[in-house]
Design a binder for this molecule. Sequence first.
Ligand code: PLP
Length: 427
Amino acid sequence: MSEYKINTRCVQGGYTPGNGEPRQVPIIQSTTFKYDTSEAMGKLFDLEESGYFYTRLQNPTNDHVAAKIAELEGGTAAMLTSSGQAANFFALFNICECGSHIVASSSIYGGTFNLIAVTMAKMGITATFVSPDCTEEELNAAFQENTRAVFGETIANPALTVLDIEKFAKAAHSHGVPLIVDNTFPTPINCRPIEWGADIVTHSTTKYMDGHGAAVGGAIVDSGKFDWMAHAEKFPGLCTPDESYHGITYAEKFGKEGAFITKCTAQLMRDFGCIQSPQNAFILNLGLESLHVRMPRHVENGQAVAEFLLNHPKVAYVNYSGLPSDKYYALAQKYLPKGGCGVVSFGLKGGRKAAEAFMKNLKLAAIETHVADARTCCLNPATSTHRQMNDEQLKAAGVPAELIRISCGIEDKEDLIADLAQALEKC
Ligand SMILES: *Cc1c(COP(=O)(O)O)cnc(C)c1O
Protein backbone atom coordinates (compact mmCIF):
# COMPACT_ATOMS: atom_id res chain seq x y z
CA MET A 1 0.00 0.00 0.00
CA SER A 2 3.00 2.32 0.34
CA GLU A 3 2.61 3.38 -3.29
CA TYR A 4 -0.75 4.96 -2.42
CA LYS A 5 -1.44 8.27 -0.71
CA ILE A 6 -2.17 8.37 3.01
CA ASN A 7 -5.94 8.80 2.52
CA THR A 8 -6.05 5.56 0.56
CA ARG A 9 -3.88 3.80 3.16
CA CYS A 10 -6.40 4.84 5.87
CA VAL A 11 -9.17 3.06 3.99
CA GLN A 12 -7.43 0.02 2.52
CA GLY A 13 -4.08 -0.37 4.27
CA GLY A 14 -3.01 -3.39 6.28
CA TYR A 15 -5.37 -5.94 4.75
CA THR A 16 -5.83 -7.07 1.18
CA PRO A 17 -8.30 -9.93 0.90
CA GLY A 18 -7.66 -12.74 -1.53
CA ASN A 19 -10.20 -14.22 -3.93
CA GLY A 20 -13.47 -14.94 -2.10
CA GLU A 21 -12.17 -13.75 1.28
CA PRO A 22 -14.06 -11.32 3.56
CA ARG A 23 -13.92 -7.69 2.38
CA GLN A 24 -13.74 -6.39 5.94
CA VAL A 25 -10.89 -7.36 8.28
CA PRO A 26 -12.12 -10.58 9.93
CA ILE A 27 -12.33 -10.69 13.72
CA ILE A 28 -10.38 -13.79 14.65
CA GLN A 29 -12.15 -14.44 17.94
CA SER A 30 -9.93 -17.31 18.96
CA THR A 31 -7.47 -17.62 21.82
CA THR A 32 -5.51 -20.35 20.12
CA PHE A 33 -4.51 -21.80 16.75
CA LYS A 34 -4.33 -25.41 15.59
CA TYR A 35 -1.30 -27.21 14.12
CA ASP A 36 -0.91 -30.58 12.45
CA THR A 37 2.39 -31.46 14.09
CA SER A 38 4.27 -30.47 17.22
CA GLU A 39 7.21 -29.74 14.98
CA ALA A 40 5.25 -27.12 13.02
CA MET A 41 4.24 -25.41 16.24
CA GLY A 42 7.77 -25.70 17.64
CA LYS A 43 9.10 -23.62 14.76
CA LEU A 44 6.90 -20.74 15.91
CA PHE A 45 8.21 -21.02 19.47
CA ASP A 46 11.75 -20.88 18.15
CA LEU A 47 10.85 -17.77 16.11
CA GLU A 48 11.98 -19.80 13.10
CA GLU A 49 8.69 -19.17 11.35
CA SER A 50 6.09 -16.49 11.83
CA GLY A 51 2.57 -17.51 12.70
CA TYR A 52 0.04 -17.59 15.49
CA PHE A 53 -0.27 -19.84 18.49
CA TYR A 54 -1.85 -17.84 21.31
CA THR A 55 -3.71 -14.52 21.25
CA ARG A 56 -1.92 -13.22 24.37
CA LEU A 57 1.06 -12.63 22.06
CA GLN A 58 -0.38 -12.09 18.61
CA ASN A 59 -3.65 -12.25 16.72
CA PRO A 60 -4.23 -11.86 12.95
CA THR A 61 -6.92 -9.17 13.36
CA ASN A 62 -4.58 -7.05 15.45
CA ASP A 63 -1.73 -7.57 13.00
CA HIS A 64 -3.78 -6.32 10.04
CA VAL A 65 -4.70 -3.16 11.93
CA ALA A 66 -1.14 -2.68 13.23
CA ALA A 67 0.14 -3.05 9.66
CA LYS A 68 -2.21 -0.25 8.58
CA ILE A 69 -0.89 2.02 11.35
CA ALA A 70 2.69 1.19 10.30
CA GLU A 71 1.80 2.20 6.72
CA LEU A 72 0.26 5.45 7.94
CA GLU A 73 3.28 6.39 10.05
CA GLY A 74 5.82 5.21 7.48
CA GLY A 75 7.26 2.53 9.77
CA THR A 76 8.49 -0.99 9.06
CA ALA A 77 6.65 -2.87 11.84
CA ALA A 78 3.96 -2.21 14.43
CA MET A 79 1.95 -3.85 17.17
CA LEU A 80 -1.26 -3.07 19.04
CA THR A 81 -1.46 -2.93 22.82
CA SER A 82 -4.41 -2.90 25.22
CA SER A 83 -4.06 0.85 25.90
CA GLY A 84 -1.91 3.88 25.22
CA GLN A 85 -0.36 3.44 28.67
CA ALA A 86 0.72 -0.09 27.73
CA ALA A 87 2.16 1.19 24.44
CA ASN A 88 4.37 3.78 26.13
CA PHE A 89 5.42 1.38 28.87
CA PHE A 90 6.34 -1.34 26.35
CA ALA A 91 8.15 1.09 24.05
CA LEU A 92 10.37 2.21 26.94
CA PHE A 93 10.74 -1.08 28.79
CA ASN A 94 11.71 -2.89 25.58
CA ILE A 95 15.06 -1.05 25.72
CA CYS A 96 15.35 -0.04 29.40
CA GLU A 97 16.04 -2.15 32.46
CA CYS A 98 16.93 -1.60 36.11
CA GLY A 99 19.78 0.93 36.06
CA SER A 100 18.71 2.65 32.84
CA HIS A 101 17.81 6.32 32.49
CA ILE A 102 15.28 8.16 30.29
CA VAL A 103 15.31 11.77 29.10
CA ALA A 104 11.71 12.94 28.76
CA SER A 105 9.90 16.12 27.90
CA SER A 106 8.22 17.49 31.04
CA SER A 107 5.20 18.39 28.94
CA ILE A 108 3.50 15.01 28.54
CA TYR A 109 0.27 13.25 29.43
CA GLY A 110 -0.20 12.93 33.21
CA GLY A 111 -0.51 9.16 33.04
CA THR A 112 2.76 8.86 31.14
CA PHE A 113 4.48 11.27 33.52
CA ASN A 114 3.38 9.10 36.44
CA LEU A 115 4.44 5.93 34.61
CA ILE A 116 7.97 7.28 34.08
CA ALA A 117 8.44 9.36 37.25
CA VAL A 118 6.87 6.99 39.77
CA THR A 119 6.22 3.47 38.52
CA MET A 120 9.30 2.97 36.36
CA ALA A 121 11.40 4.59 39.12
CA LYS A 122 10.29 1.68 41.34
CA MET A 123 11.81 -0.64 38.74
CA GLY A 124 15.11 1.19 39.04
CA ILE A 125 14.69 3.17 35.83
CA THR A 126 15.33 6.85 36.50
CA ALA A 127 14.41 9.88 34.39
CA THR A 128 15.35 13.49 33.80
CA PHE A 129 12.54 15.76 32.64
CA VAL A 130 13.36 18.71 30.42
CA SER A 131 11.17 21.53 29.18
CA PRO A 132 10.19 20.99 25.53
CA ASP A 133 11.37 24.58 25.02
CA CYS A 134 14.88 23.93 26.39
CA THR A 135 17.99 24.90 24.45
CA GLU A 136 20.13 22.25 22.77
CA GLU A 137 22.73 22.71 25.54
CA GLU A 138 20.14 22.13 28.27
CA LEU A 139 18.85 19.08 26.42
CA ASN A 140 22.31 17.57 25.94
CA ALA A 141 23.10 18.18 29.63
CA ALA A 142 20.20 15.92 30.63
CA PHE A 143 21.90 12.80 29.18
CA GLN A 144 23.82 10.33 31.33
CA GLU A 145 26.07 7.36 30.66
CA ASN A 146 23.04 5.08 31.26
CA THR A 147 20.49 7.00 29.15
CA ARG A 148 18.66 4.58 26.85
CA ALA A 149 15.80 6.59 25.36
CA VAL A 150 14.36 10.05 24.80
CA PHE A 151 10.60 10.56 25.05
CA GLY A 152 8.18 13.35 24.07
CA GLU A 153 4.71 14.05 22.65
CA THR A 154 4.21 15.77 19.27
CA ILE A 155 1.36 17.83 20.77
CA ALA A 156 1.25 17.36 24.53
CA ASN A 157 -1.97 16.40 26.31
CA PRO A 158 -3.19 18.66 27.92
CA ALA A 159 -0.56 21.43 27.74
CA LEU A 160 -0.76 21.60 23.90
CA THR A 161 2.97 22.35 23.59
CA VAL A 162 4.51 21.34 20.26
CA LEU A 163 7.67 19.22 20.33
CA ASP A 164 10.65 20.28 18.24
CA ILE A 165 11.08 16.73 16.97
CA GLU A 166 14.28 17.45 15.00
CA LYS A 167 15.95 19.01 18.04
CA PHE A 168 15.07 16.05 20.25
CA ALA A 169 16.04 13.50 17.56
CA LYS A 170 19.41 15.16 17.02
CA ALA A 171 20.20 15.09 20.75
CA ALA A 172 19.04 11.47 21.08
CA HIS A 173 21.09 10.30 18.10
CA SER A 174 24.23 12.16 19.16
CA HIS A 175 24.02 10.15 22.40
CA GLY A 176 23.40 6.86 20.57
CA VAL A 177 19.80 6.34 21.73
CA PRO A 178 16.40 6.40 19.97
CA LEU A 179 13.72 9.08 20.15
CA ILE A 180 10.25 7.79 21.06
CA VAL A 181 7.40 10.13 20.13
CA ASP A 182 3.81 9.78 21.31
CA ASN A 183 1.87 11.01 18.26
CA THR A 184 -1.63 10.57 19.69
CA PHE A 185 -2.98 14.10 19.17
CA PRO A 186 -1.94 14.93 15.57
CA THR A 187 -2.21 11.34 14.28
CA PRO A 188 -0.21 10.47 11.13
CA ILE A 189 -2.71 12.53 9.12
CA ASN A 190 -1.25 15.76 10.52
CA CYS A 191 2.31 14.74 11.47
CA ARG A 192 4.54 11.76 10.81
CA PRO A 193 7.35 12.01 13.41
CA ILE A 194 9.48 9.40 11.61
CA GLU A 195 9.94 11.87 8.72
CA TRP A 196 11.51 14.26 11.26
CA GLY A 197 13.87 11.75 12.84
CA ALA A 198 11.80 9.90 15.45
CA ASP A 199 12.73 6.21 15.76
CA ILE A 200 9.69 4.80 17.55
CA VAL A 201 6.16 6.23 17.46
CA THR A 202 3.45 5.40 20.00
CA HIS A 203 -0.29 6.04 20.12
CA SER A 204 -3.21 5.98 22.44
CA THR A 205 -5.56 4.69 19.73
CA THR A 206 -8.33 5.41 22.24
CA LYS A 207 -8.29 9.00 20.99
CA TYR A 208 -8.62 10.16 17.35
CA MET A 209 -7.67 6.84 15.74
CA ASP A 210 -10.72 5.09 17.17
CA GLY A 211 -12.32 8.51 17.24
CA HIS A 212 -15.73 7.45 18.56
CA GLY A 213 -14.97 6.85 22.22
CA ALA A 214 -15.66 3.16 21.70
CA ALA A 215 -12.46 1.19 22.43
CA VAL A 216 -9.38 1.71 24.62
CA GLY A 217 -6.18 0.76 22.82
CA GLY A 218 -2.58 1.59 21.95
CA ALA A 219 -0.02 1.08 19.21
CA ILE A 220 3.76 1.05 18.78
CA VAL A 221 5.41 1.67 15.39
CA ASP A 222 9.09 1.12 14.59
CA SER A 223 10.71 3.31 11.93
CA GLY A 224 13.19 0.51 11.24
CA LYS A 225 15.93 3.14 11.11
CA PHE A 226 17.70 2.91 14.45
CA ASP A 227 20.92 0.90 14.23
CA TRP A 228 20.83 -1.11 17.46
CA MET A 229 23.99 -3.06 16.62
CA ALA A 230 25.97 0.19 16.23
CA HIS A 231 25.22 0.80 19.95
CA ALA A 232 25.15 -2.84 21.02
CA GLU A 233 26.61 -2.17 24.48
CA LYS A 234 23.57 0.01 25.31
CA PHE A 235 20.94 -2.46 24.10
CA PRO A 236 21.91 -5.96 25.23
CA GLY A 237 18.27 -7.09 25.04
CA LEU A 238 18.30 -6.57 21.29
CA CYS A 239 21.96 -7.27 20.57
CA THR A 240 22.84 -10.35 22.65
CA PRO A 241 21.25 -13.82 22.53
CA ASP A 242 17.83 -14.33 24.17
CA GLU A 243 18.09 -17.65 26.02
CA SER A 244 14.29 -17.83 26.34
CA TYR A 245 14.15 -18.20 22.53
CA HIS A 246 17.04 -20.61 21.98
CA GLY A 247 19.66 -17.93 21.85
CA ILE A 248 18.47 -15.81 18.95
CA THR A 249 19.77 -12.25 18.75
CA TYR A 250 16.88 -10.00 17.66
CA ALA A 251 18.94 -7.29 15.95
CA GLU A 252 20.80 -9.93 13.91
CA LYS A 253 17.90 -12.19 13.01
CA PHE A 254 15.24 -9.52 12.35
CA GLY A 255 17.44 -6.58 11.41
CA LYS A 256 16.79 -2.90 12.03
CA GLU A 257 13.34 -3.24 10.45
CA GLY A 258 11.95 -5.95 12.69
CA ALA A 259 14.00 -6.38 15.86
CA PHE A 260 12.21 -3.91 18.13
CA ILE A 261 8.63 -5.09 17.51
CA THR A 262 9.60 -8.79 17.42
CA LYS A 263 11.34 -8.55 20.81
CA CYS A 264 8.48 -6.48 22.24
CA THR A 265 5.96 -9.11 21.13
CA ALA A 266 8.05 -12.17 21.99
CA GLN A 267 9.10 -10.97 25.46
CA LEU A 268 6.79 -8.23 26.75
CA MET A 269 3.49 -9.52 25.36
CA ARG A 270 4.48 -13.00 26.52
CA ASP A 271 5.27 -11.81 30.05
CA PHE A 272 2.89 -8.86 30.62
CA GLY A 273 0.11 -9.78 28.20
CA CYS A 274 -1.28 -6.30 27.45
CA ILE A 275 -2.81 -7.42 24.15
CA GLN A 276 -5.66 -5.54 22.50
CA SER A 277 -8.73 -7.72 22.03
CA PRO A 278 -9.35 -8.54 18.35
CA GLN A 279 -12.86 -7.09 18.79
CA ASN A 280 -11.35 -3.73 19.81
CA ALA A 281 -8.85 -3.91 16.95
CA PHE A 282 -11.79 -4.30 14.55
CA ILE A 283 -13.48 -1.22 16.06
CA LEU A 284 -10.19 0.68 15.84
CA ASN A 285 -9.94 -0.20 12.16
CA LEU A 286 -13.41 1.23 11.48
CA GLY A 287 -12.14 4.47 13.02
CA LEU A 288 -8.97 4.41 10.92
CA GLU A 289 -11.02 4.09 7.74
CA SER A 290 -12.31 7.65 8.24
CA LEU A 291 -9.35 9.21 10.10
CA HIS A 292 -8.30 11.28 7.06
CA VAL A 293 -11.84 12.63 6.73
CA ARG A 294 -12.32 13.38 10.42
CA MET A 295 -8.99 15.03 11.27
CA PRO A 296 -9.41 18.04 8.94
CA ARG A 297 -12.85 18.65 10.48
CA HIS A 298 -11.45 18.44 14.03
CA VAL A 299 -8.81 20.99 12.98
CA GLU A 300 -11.37 23.27 11.27
CA ASN A 301 -13.58 23.25 14.37
CA GLY A 302 -10.62 23.68 16.75
CA GLN A 303 -9.37 26.66 14.75
CA ALA A 304 -12.82 28.30 14.61
CA VAL A 305 -13.43 27.79 18.33
CA ALA A 306 -9.92 29.08 19.22
CA GLU A 307 -10.46 32.22 17.12
CA PHE A 308 -13.89 32.81 18.66
CA LEU A 309 -12.51 32.45 22.20
CA LEU A 310 -9.52 34.67 21.50
CA ASN A 311 -11.83 37.56 20.65
CA HIS A 312 -14.23 37.07 23.56
CA PRO A 313 -14.09 39.69 26.34
CA LYS A 314 -14.51 37.12 29.15
CA VAL A 315 -11.59 34.98 27.95
CA ALA A 316 -8.13 35.72 29.42
CA TYR A 317 -6.02 33.53 27.10
CA VAL A 318 -6.26 30.71 24.55
CA ASN A 319 -3.76 27.90 23.87
CA TYR A 320 -3.98 26.57 20.31
CA SER A 321 -0.96 26.25 18.05
CA GLY A 322 -3.00 27.25 14.99
CA LEU A 323 -3.33 30.81 16.36
CA PRO A 324 -0.59 33.19 15.13
CA SER A 325 -0.46 34.60 18.68
CA ASP A 326 0.34 31.16 20.14
CA LYS A 327 3.80 30.43 21.53
CA TYR A 328 3.99 27.27 19.39
CA TYR A 329 2.70 28.76 16.14
CA ALA A 330 6.09 28.69 14.38
CA LEU A 331 6.79 25.06 15.39
CA ALA A 332 3.26 24.11 14.35
CA GLN A 333 3.77 25.73 10.93
CA LYS A 334 6.80 23.47 10.49
CA TYR A 335 5.58 20.17 11.93
CA LEU A 336 1.79 20.54 11.56
CA PRO A 337 1.17 22.47 8.34
CA LYS A 338 -2.30 20.92 7.98
CA GLY A 339 -3.15 21.83 11.58
CA GLY A 340 -2.70 19.96 14.86
CA CYS A 341 -5.90 18.62 16.39
CA GLY A 342 -9.24 19.69 17.81
CA VAL A 343 -8.14 20.27 21.39
CA VAL A 344 -8.10 23.88 22.60
CA SER A 345 -7.53 25.19 26.12
CA PHE A 346 -8.41 28.59 27.51
CA GLY A 347 -8.70 30.56 30.73
CA LEU A 348 -11.65 32.58 31.96
CA LYS A 349 -11.03 36.02 33.43
CA GLY A 350 -13.55 35.23 36.19
CA GLY A 351 -11.41 32.39 37.62
CA ARG A 352 -12.79 29.27 39.32
CA LYS A 353 -16.32 30.67 39.84
CA ALA A 354 -16.71 31.63 36.21
CA ALA A 355 -15.36 28.25 35.12
CA GLU A 356 -17.89 26.46 37.26
CA ALA A 357 -20.79 28.52 35.88
CA PHE A 358 -19.52 28.09 32.31
CA MET A 359 -19.36 24.31 32.62
CA LYS A 360 -22.83 24.12 34.18
CA ASN A 361 -24.36 26.01 31.27
CA LEU A 362 -22.90 24.02 28.39
CA LYS A 363 -25.58 22.22 26.41
CA LEU A 364 -23.89 20.57 23.44
CA ALA A 365 -20.37 20.02 24.79
CA ALA A 366 -20.44 17.20 27.32
CA ILE A 367 -18.40 17.18 30.54
CA GLU A 368 -15.96 14.28 30.17
CA THR A 369 -12.36 13.42 31.03
CA HIS A 370 -12.08 12.03 27.51
CA VAL A 371 -10.62 13.93 24.54
CA ALA A 372 -10.31 13.47 20.82
CA ASP A 373 -13.56 11.91 19.76
CA ALA A 374 -16.31 12.78 17.31
CA ARG A 375 -18.43 14.44 20.04
CA THR A 376 -17.28 17.69 21.57
CA CYS A 377 -16.34 17.40 25.22
CA CYS A 378 -15.13 19.83 27.81
CA LEU A 379 -13.28 19.68 31.13
CA ASN A 380 -12.43 22.12 33.91
CA PRO A 381 -9.75 20.18 35.81
CA ALA A 382 -10.05 22.39 38.93
CA THR A 383 -13.65 21.40 39.58
CA SER A 384 -13.39 17.79 38.42
CA THR A 385 -10.24 15.69 37.94
CA HIS A 386 -8.05 17.95 40.15
CA ARG A 387 -10.66 19.07 42.71
CA GLN A 388 -8.55 18.00 45.69
CA MET A 389 -6.00 20.75 44.89
CA ASN A 390 -6.16 24.38 46.01
CA ASP A 391 -5.62 27.28 43.59
CA GLU A 392 -1.87 27.45 44.23
CA GLN A 393 -1.34 23.72 43.73
CA LEU A 394 -3.39 23.89 40.55
CA LYS A 395 -1.20 26.64 39.18
CA ALA A 396 1.98 24.68 39.98
CA ALA A 397 0.51 21.63 38.21
CA GLY A 398 -0.08 23.70 35.06
CA VAL A 399 -3.87 23.51 35.36
CA PRO A 400 -4.90 26.85 36.92
CA ALA A 401 -8.44 27.05 38.33
CA GLU A 402 -9.76 29.07 35.39
CA LEU A 403 -8.42 26.64 32.73
CA ILE A 404 -10.90 24.83 30.52
CA ARG A 405 -9.99 22.21 27.94
CA ILE A 406 -12.34 21.73 25.06
CA SER A 407 -11.96 18.86 22.61
CA CYS A 408 -13.78 19.94 19.46
CA GLY A 409 -15.62 17.11 17.76
CA ILE A 410 -16.86 16.95 14.20
CA GLU A 411 -20.24 18.64 14.71
CA ASP A 412 -21.09 21.90 12.92
CA LYS A 413 -18.73 24.61 14.16
CA GLU A 414 -21.53 27.19 14.28
CA ASP A 415 -23.40 25.06 16.80
CA LEU A 416 -20.24 24.65 18.89
CA ILE A 417 -19.57 28.38 18.93
CA ALA A 418 -23.21 29.14 19.76
CA ASP A 419 -23.02 26.75 22.72
CA LEU A 420 -19.82 28.35 24.02
CA ALA A 421 -21.28 31.84 23.49
CA GLN A 422 -24.41 31.15 25.52
CA ALA A 423 -22.41 29.51 28.34
CA LEU A 424 -19.98 32.46 28.40
CA GLU A 425 -22.94 34.80 28.60
CA LYS A 426 -23.90 33.23 31.93
CA CYS A 427 -20.52 33.24 33.64
C1 PLP B 1 -4.72 9.25 26.61
C2 PLP B 1 -3.29 9.33 26.32
C3 PLP B 1 -2.41 8.31 26.73
C4 PLP B 1 -2.88 7.11 27.47
O1 PLP B 1 -3.67 6.32 26.65
P1 PLP B 1 -4.78 5.28 27.17
O2 PLP B 1 -5.29 4.69 25.92
O3 PLP B 1 -5.81 6.08 27.94
O4 PLP B 1 -4.08 4.31 28.05
C5 PLP B 1 -1.07 8.43 26.38
N1 PLP B 1 -0.62 9.50 25.71
C6 PLP B 1 -1.43 10.51 25.33
C7 PLP B 1 -0.87 11.67 24.60
C8 PLP B 1 -2.79 10.46 25.62
O5 PLP B 1 -3.60 11.46 25.24
